[in-house]
Design a protein around this ligand. Structure first.
Ligand code: ARG
Length: 363
């Protein structure tokens, strides 16, 4: 289906207030050059336990070439689907992730990749905000997006970078231990300085939902609230997740009045969702032994809405496809399991730059 915007007035180049207005322009990540991040306590807190040895042994080396190639083929197909649906797709520049870099306080053996724009960039209306990421291996990740960000600035967007974190040892809780199941999470970062990943926040018009996580501290949350709080209302989402990092496999608003939630992590929703359809994500169809270096199988719920109905979903996730249809959505299947291995799905791999719609309140 091609979209036509002939009758409507031109929008600002950057314009995104929610997950569901008609998507006109999106950045899709690239997987080329992906490096295995060096082992660090921040990985112990967030990466699947069965991968810890992989990181200990391979940190600083490239990910296996054939896996990168397979993921790249899927990304290209995803881009074709988006373009065929009428969306303008932009890509970051591939940078050199294999070189070490340092500050006077620390050195990182390598970077990571530019595969997940959702983690690095937050878009609030016409403002692009560069996130203060807490992983040393992601400290320079924004650089590959800068050519696009400069272009958007020249075309009228607002462009902000949160104070660059120092990422000195003082930030990290080197005594971090896995939670013992009493519900209390001992986070791997403290309140030394503001940090957050953009993917810990998700927008529903005037209301922005967020989770505190192993990459997002209260200081970072307070920074963003003070920066955007005159226009937006912020609400914390409490999830039952012992290694929280990025809200979009936990809590995924899909359309006005429709939200997809993780049945294991979201035990109750705020009262404001009382009149909404709540879609509990079905168990993932992905096989238990599929290689996932960085996430749980719940990335089956990491979807991208193209408008109030069309939604990109992984083609093997039949249960999810059926569930979405039941709620009146139009799933567009796309193969993505090899990309999923690298830590995300369609939502993580994108950042919406322009959706056709204005700031509204949905509650
Ligand atoms: N931490 C989530 C899980 O393991 C995955 C979130 C991925 N999201 C992202 N924006 N990279 O289920």
């Amino acid at each position: 289906m091609k979209q036509s915007n002939k009758e409507s007035k031109p929008l600002k180049v950057v314009n995104s207030y929610n997950e569901w207005d008609l998507l006109e322009e999106v950045i899709v990540g690239v997987i080329d050059g992906a490096m295995v991040p060096p082992w660090h306590v921040t990985l112990e807190a967030t990466m699947p336990e069965k991968q810890w040895d992989f990181y200990r042994q391979n940190g600083g080396k490239p990910f296996p070439k054939e896996r990168i190639e397979a993921a790249k083929r899927e990304l290209d197909e995803f881009v074709h689907i988006l373009e065929a649906e009428g969306v303008t797709v932009r890509r970051p520049e591939v940078r050199e992730y294999s070189k070490p870099y340092s500050t006077p306080n620390w050195e990182s053996q390598c970077g990571l990749y530019a595969a997940m724009p959702r983690d690095v960039i937050f878009v609030a209306g016409d403002e692009i905000i560069e996130a203060p990421m807490s992983w040393r291996s992601r400290h320079l990740e924004i650089n590959g997006y800068r050519p696009l960000l400069k272009e958007y600035f020249h075309k009228g967007a607002r462009w902000t970078s949160v104070p660059r974190p120092e990422l000195s040892d003082e930030l990290y809780n080197y005594n971090y231990k896995e939670p013992n199941g009493n519900g209390h999470i001992n986070f791997v970062i403290n309140e030394f300085e503001p940090t957050f990943d953009a993917a810990d926040f998700i927008k529903c018009g005037k209301d922005i939902f967020y989770q505190k996580s192993h990459v997002t501290n209260n200081f970072g949350i307070d920074w963003l609230i003070r920066h955007l709080g005159d226009t937006f209302r912020f609400h914390e989402v409490k999830a039952n997740d012992k290694s929280p990092m990025h809200i979009d496999a936990t809590f995924m608003p899909l359309a006005p009045g429709k939200i997809l939630v993780n049945p294991e992590r979201i035990l109750s929703l705020p009262d404001m969702f009382e009149s909404w359809d709540v879609i509990y994500a079905p168990q993932p169809c992905m096989s238990e032994d599929h290689m996932l270096y960085m996430t749980s199988r719940w990335i089956n719920m990491n979807l991208l809405m193209l408008d109030h109905q069309r939604v990109i979903v992984e083609k093997h996730e039949h249960a999810m496809i059926n569930e979405l249809k039941k709620f009146g959505l139009k799933p567009i299947p796309c193969q993505f399991q090899d990309f999923n291995s690298f830590g995300g799905s369609f939502h993580c791999a994108t950042i919406d730059i322009r959706r056709r719609g204005e700031l509204q309140s949905y509650f």
